[in-house]
Ligand binder design. Structure first.
Ligand code: HEM
Length: 128
């Protein structure tokens, strides 16, 4: 399908990638008319059981790992190497300095933020 791109503001706020189809758009759910806007739910795509073994498990050694966290194609995130470096540094320092770091509440009690393009948890109580 021929696609265009709707402006999404700054990439840093990471809204879900969205595209509009110039022609009829074939999707696994059926055919959408021309000029259909499609939102990519990357959280769902990254847990696609037809692509990933045990998609609900965090496996740091997945290989290959065709996840879409940073998008794909012409508009793939140009900041992904910086984001990876920042996260690796933060996580490395955190576990080295606070090796006894653990949740201070049952994981099942953590409150998810709903209704945002970028998800997360309301608060994460910890102790060490
Ligand atoms: C964990 C952190 C990050 C995530 C999950 C993320 C995710 C994404 C995703 C999914 C896209 C594609 C959007 C689309 O296809 O419409 C994107 C685009 C983009 N990201 Fe990131 N990003 C992150 C960090 C960063 C950083 C650190 C920078 C800059 C320093 C950055 C700059 C951009 C820019 C400029 C675009 C637009 C690229 C284009 O339209 O061609 N991102 N990002």
């Amino acid at each position: 399908m021929a696609v265009g791109r709707r402006p999404t503001g700054s990439g840093r706020s990471a809204p879900p990638p969205r595209r509009f189809a110039r022609g009829a758009a074939e999707t696994p759910a059926g055919t959408g008319p021309a000029r259909t806007t499609a939102l990519c739910n990357t959280a769902v795509a990254n847990r696609d059981a037809t692509v990933f073994d045990a998609p609900g498990e965090m496996r740091l050694d997945r290989s290959p790992n065709p996840r879409l966290a940073f998008g794909a194609g012409a508009h793939v995130c140009p900041g992904q190497e910086l984001a990876r470096a920042e996260l690796q540094t933060v996580l490395h320092v955190l576990v080295r300095r606070l090796p006894s770091l653990e949740l201070a509440a049952p994981a099942a009690d953590l409150r998810r933020l709903e209704g945002l393009a970028v998800g997360g948890l309301g608060e994460v109580p910890v102790r060490w």
